[in-house]
Design a protein around this ligand. Sequence first.
Ligand code: GCO
Length: 456
Amino acid sequence: MTSYRFPNNFLWGAATSAYQIEGAADVDGRKPSVWDTFSATAGRTLNGDTGAIACNHYHTYREDIKLIADLGIKNYRFSLAWSRIMPDGRGKVNEAGVDFYRRLVDCLLEYGITPHATLFHWDSPQALEDLYGSWLSREMAQDFADYATAVVTRLGDRVTSWMTLNEITCFTHLGYGVDRVPQHAPGRQVGSDSEVWQTVHHALLAHGLGCQAIRAATPQPCSVALVDNFAVTVPIAESPQHIAAAQKAFGSFGYNGGILLPALTGAYHPDFFKPGAAAPKIQDGDLQIIHQPLDSLGFNIYCGTYVRAADNEAGFEIVNFAKSYPQMHMPWLFLQPESIYWGIRHISETLGRSDLPIFISENGCATEDEVNWKGEVVDSDRILYLRQYLKSAHRAVSEGYPLQGYFVWSLLDNFEWSWGYDRRFGIIRVDFPTQSRTPKSSADWYAECIRQNRAV
Ligand code: GCO
């Protein structure tokens, strides 16, 4: 009988990102990021929302960390704002910006919470957009590495868990568009798909040079991870032929062939080298830089895609979600707990990287929360979602796949990018006008999972 108990050293955490929660956009020397510019541009975000104030976490971090501690959460994933630390993107370090993260980390450590720091969660300095078009330029990779060096030199005495880039897909494919206005910053239209893939290639180089920079700068042993939301192919049923179809589909599905594959296997998918394919320009030695040894992979998972065996050349086909398939409060977010299990299994089995530890760096959902007459948010739908995914994560652990931890997305309701404040992913409610915090029922449920070290 299974009790969904996790191994004793399993890490339980919660995640956030800088632009989504910090606010204080022009405090202590911070200069604009591309997300400040993008969200201030008419029509780019719902209701014209911006992250200028967000959760005001820059000023309330002590109270927020106390809430983390109260829930028994022992690991906290946050990101650093590049334009706080290097307001011009390169060159001079703004020590006042670094000091904020020093205070934040020290406060976490005082509560016995381990900090896990992401260096880049999409908010690149506007100065570099103005200078050379951000990820369109190869220079961005070296500037990112220099920024990583500046951070790790200063904070590496107290942070030992580093993540380079979060979700390359989102700030490249969703930030640059061909024939359409992109939904994400910098919101640039470019002329061809290969130009978009060039931004990906530069991001991969930034990851590789960033890994080297972290390892060179750290004053003590540390771990380095990439965080990716790779596309997960889920067999429609676990029969040998549908499993084989999902495995066949995995390497080329979504953007996997141009992001996950080069990062974890050192090669782009062969499809990139077919005539007419939208391949980026790759210089000698690039793939060695990109394919860095990693201590773990951060896996952001919300849902995947069903696949079945098919009698066609590819040997598989995609199965769209049926009309009344259960869905959370986002157009792309279906309830598909098997995606967590299959994502982990694909890394180990399909890509042959069973040596690579994995942690769930984000998992969560948006719900239409209501405050009841007692002032509570009883988000039974979020509990349903999270519980199913945790059980599926447990299945991966029980079958011996190297899953080390789980970070719920998100600690707080926050600025949900182009959806502004309209979509709530937090286990803690934020009332934005008053900035008051209310732990939701899902927070109590999560605290109990942590206390019992299992999916309850
Ligand atoms: C992500 C994003 C988060 C989003 C979350 C919900 O890394 O996907 O990091 O910032 O808020 O995914 O859409």
